[in-house]
Each structure stands twice: as C-alpha cells, then as structure tokens.
Design a protein around this ligand. Structure first.
Ligand SMILES: Nc1nc2c(ncn2[C@@H]2O[C@H](COP(=O)(O)OP(=O)(O)OP(=O)(O)O)[C@@H](O)[C@H]2O)c(=O)[nH]1
Ligand SMILES: [Mg+2]
Ligand SMILES: [Zn+2]
Length: 444
C-alpha cells in the first residue's frame, strides 16, 4: 500500500497538567502509527492526560501472540520510548504538529479526513452500537449478520451471543477528527485493539479504537454550530412523523429529506398514529411524496397497521429512524420486533410535545437481518453545510422549473417573472412545497 504522510495540527491539549510518565506511555501507545512527534516542549502537547486512552497496557503492539510478550511489553516499550524521545527531541520551540503515516486521506461529506494506517493483525473489526461520553460500545463485525437468507433463529442467536465491547478512542483519532465531539459515531465501522487484561470477568471486554473506516451514508445536522453526525453507514432513513399528537410538520419532512439525500441515504416517509385520524385526510400528503418517487407508508404502532410492510422494507437494510420526539419511533421499532422492549414515553397533552424518552442513538441489530438506529427526537433539524444555491436540487418537484426560468441566477424566491413562481401561481406546483423551499433556502 502506498504510504502517505500528512502533517496534522496537534489539537491543543485538554489539560494543563504535565505528567512525564504518561507522556511516554502516549508515545508508546501510538508507536505503531509511525508518528513523528515534535515534542521539545513538555507543556502538555503530548500530555497523556487523556482518559480516553492513556496509561493502560494493551495488546496493541503485541506483534506475536502470547501473554509474556504483553507483560514484558512495558519494559521494552519504555526503552523504545527513551530512544524515540532522543530521536525526536531538540527543536527548542513549541510545536503542535506531527506527522502521521496514513493509509488513506479521504474526502467525506465535503471534508477531508485522515484514516491512519494500523496493524490489521493486532486489531479486530467492530461496529459502533452507541456512544456514551468517552466510551463507544461495539459489536464484533463478524458477530453480526445482515444476511437476509439466514433463518431468523440463526441471526437472532448471532446477536444474542454477540459480546459488546466497551472501547475508548485512540487520542490520535480525536486529533485527526474535524469535530472533536464526534471522533466516533453510532454506526461507525472501526478497528480496535482488545485490551490485554481484564480486571473483572463480569465486565464488558474493553478495547481501544484505532481507526474509523471511511463512512458512507451519513446523516448529519448542525448542533451548536458544529457538525453532528447522527448516524453513519446507513442505507436509508425512515422519516417518522405522526398524523396527530404531535401534528404532522411537512416542512420538517422536507428538511430531513434534504439531509438524507445530501448524505447519500434513501429517505422513506412514514406517517404513524394513523389510528388517531381519518386515513383519507392523509392522502394528499401521501400522494405528493409518492409522486416525487419517495416510498411512503401510513402506519400505526398501536394497531399494527402496515407494520408487516414496514418490516419488509427494513429487513436486511440499515435504517436510521428519525423524527420529532413523541411521533412513535421507539414504538414502531417495538412493534416490528417486540423483543426489543425499547422505552416509550408519553406525549404532553397541553403542547403535544414528546418527552425525549430516547436520549441517545442506538444501533440495533434486527432479528430479520439488518440494523435499525433508534434516535432521540429532535425539535429542529438544522441542516449542516448546505448552501442556499443547492437547496433547490433537493426539491424534486420544483427543480424541473429551474431550466424554464429566464434568469440564470434566479433564486426563485422574489424575482418577478420567475417561471417557478408562475407555476405556483397557476397551480402547476404545490404552494406548500414552494414555501417550504423558500424557508429552507433562507434558514437552514
Ligand atoms: N395512538 C397511538 N399512539 C402511539 C402510536 N405510536 C406511538 N404512540 C404513543 O406515542 C407516545 C410516544 O411514543 P415513543 O415511541 O416514545 O416516541 P419516540 O418518537 O420514540 O419519542 P422520543 O424517544 O422522545 O424521541 C407513546 O405514548 C406511545 O404510546 C400509534 O401508532 N398510535
Ligand atoms: Mg424514542
Ligand atoms: Zn426563477
């Protein structure tokens, strides 16, 4: 494989403490990354104060197998560390840059990401189920199946026996990540090093994530001015809304369609709680989305209406389930697979808002093959990295009028004589969709 080197900004340390011992461990731990560290200052640039991965002996550099090697490793490593310290010292100035040997520099969702090279033999492949603080919980990738043809019992058994690993993340990955909050996200495929020792048999086995594989199918949004990847590596997004309680918000559906398509994911529209209304009243909206070619399903978790169909659409695929709080995302997952027993909350009677019962995204292997990701309800879905000019591309019905418009730079919002506006005025285009476009263009 072609080895590339990349200079990367060393993220400012998260602590002012200097701990010489841990700093050596840090280098040792990162040894196999072939890093070139400029660490002439001991101000903490490579301070091991990082509970994410410091101070724990791992099987990381255990090239040959055998516990002795692991036990002796500390001594060998420290020798190596002092040798390395000599080699890399002596710039006299604080430098926060280092060189990392990488196997890939990838373009992901409009951003460049560095995927470090790691030793495949010493690591295992995992899939991130959930992330809580510094920990990512993952399943061995081999331990899961998405094979539709397997009998249900067999897939179930695979899941039931799948051990969940609790992993921290190699500090290097936080350094390389464009968004420090999300070096690892739900749905990520990772390679991790299992820990050499386990303190307590009853605890989950532990490891350290060394590399996040290139992501496809990312659903991202903006949260506190930062990119928040809700989930990675899914095929489809089930955009759930409810016919009533809370009432349906088509503009939120439009927004989520945009986010899904921008992330390369197929949107599916699902209207739940059909038991609360006359189904005929939903048909205009259903018709509108189906005419644009989106799969639409009216369901009820309460009565089981169309749950079988939904299950078929989910089987063998990887689906993120998104929507406002209280629309019944977790209820739908439970209806599809009653063994899940996900918590379900009530919806407030005064303001029809859900109670944010699901608080963190969770990847759930399904007994029918595939995965579902239950996500927490969102109040607003702020789009990430969308420029006004591209919004129209995600409005399938409206964009047909772009070429008919006489103005090459038309925004199709205020221009007199705009072909799109004319089409809305004489009823060829739907007014609600057009207004939704204007809103999203202004405020995304
Ligand atoms: N009538 C009716 N109520 C439903 C249906 N599906 C869910 N509910 C109710 O809606 C409420 C919210 O359901 P949840 O499944 O917790 O909703 P959620 O989308 O997961 O909400 P968050 O986890 O807060 O994002 C619960 O009281 C459910 O019983 C349905 O099809 N019909
Ligand atoms: Mg929920
Ligand atoms: Zn126009």
């Amino acid at each position: 494989m072609d080895k590339k080197q990349v200079r990367t900004d060393f993220r400012k340390n998260r602590s002012s403490r200097t701990r010489k011992k841990d700093w050596i461990d840090e280098i040792v731990a990162d040894d196999d990354q072939e890093m070139d560290l400029d660490i002439s200052s001991s101000d903490g640039a490579v301070d091991g104060e990082d509970s994410r991965d410091s101070g724990t002996t791992t099987a990381f550099s255990q090239k040959a197998h055998g516990t002795d090697q692991v036990r002796n490793r500390g001594i060998r490593s420290r020798d190596e560390a002092s040798r390395r310290t000599e080699r890399i010292s002596g710039k006299g100035e604080i430098s926060r840059r280092r060189t990392v040997t990488v196997s890939e520099i990838i373009e992901e969702d409009g951003e460049t990401r560095v995927v470090p090279e790691i030793d495949q033999a010493c690591t295992m492949a995992g899939r991130v189920l959930s992330v809580h603080g510094i920990y990512a919980y993952l399943l061995l990738e081999q331990g899961v199946t998405k094979n539709l043809n397997k009998p249900m019992e067999e897939s179930n058994a695979t899941f039931a026996n799948g051990t969940v690993w609790r992993c921290t993340t190699r500090r290097l990955l936080w350094t390389l990540s464009s968004d420090q909050r999300h070096a690892v996200v739900v749905g990520d495929r990772v390679r991790f090093t299992p820990m050499a020792t386990q303190m307590d048999e009853s605890q989950e086995p532990e490891g350290i994530i060394e590399r996040v594989e290139p992501r496809y199918g990312c659903l991202a949004r903006e949260s506190r001015k930062q990119k928040h990847i809700v989930v990675a590596n899914v095929d489809q997004v089930l955009i759930v809304s409810s016919a009533a309680s809370p009432e349906i918000k088509p503009e939120l559906i439009d927004r989520m369609i945009l986010a899904a398509e921008k992330g390369g994911i197929r949107p599916i529209i699902c209207i739940n709680k059909a038991d609360l209304v006359e189904i005929a009243s939903l048909m205009p909206l259903v018709g509108q989305y189906s005419r644009m070619g989106y799969p639409v399903l009216v369901v009820s978790a309460a009565t089981g209406l169309n749950i079988g169909q939904l299950r078929r659409w989910m089987a063998g695929r990887e689906t993120a389930v998104v929507g406002q709080s209280g629309v019944g995302k977790s209820s739908l997952l439970n209806a599809m697979d009653p063994t899940l027993e996900l918590s379900v909350g009530t919806v407030s009677e005064e303001n029809e808002k859900g109670r944010h019962t699901t608080t963190a995204s969770r990847l759930i292997p399904l007994s029918l093959g595939g995965y579902m990701v239950d996500t927490p309800g969102i109040r607003q879905f702020q789009l990430w990295n969308v420029i006004p000019e591209e919004v129209i591309n995600y409005y399938r019905d409206l964009r047909a009028y772009v070429n008919l418009c006489r103005y090459p730079d038309c925004t199709h919002t205020v221009e007199e004589g705009c072909a799109m506006k004319d089409a809305v005025a004489d009823g060829r285009l739907d007014e609600r969709r057009y207004e939704s476009y204007c809103h999203l263009r202004e405020d995304h």
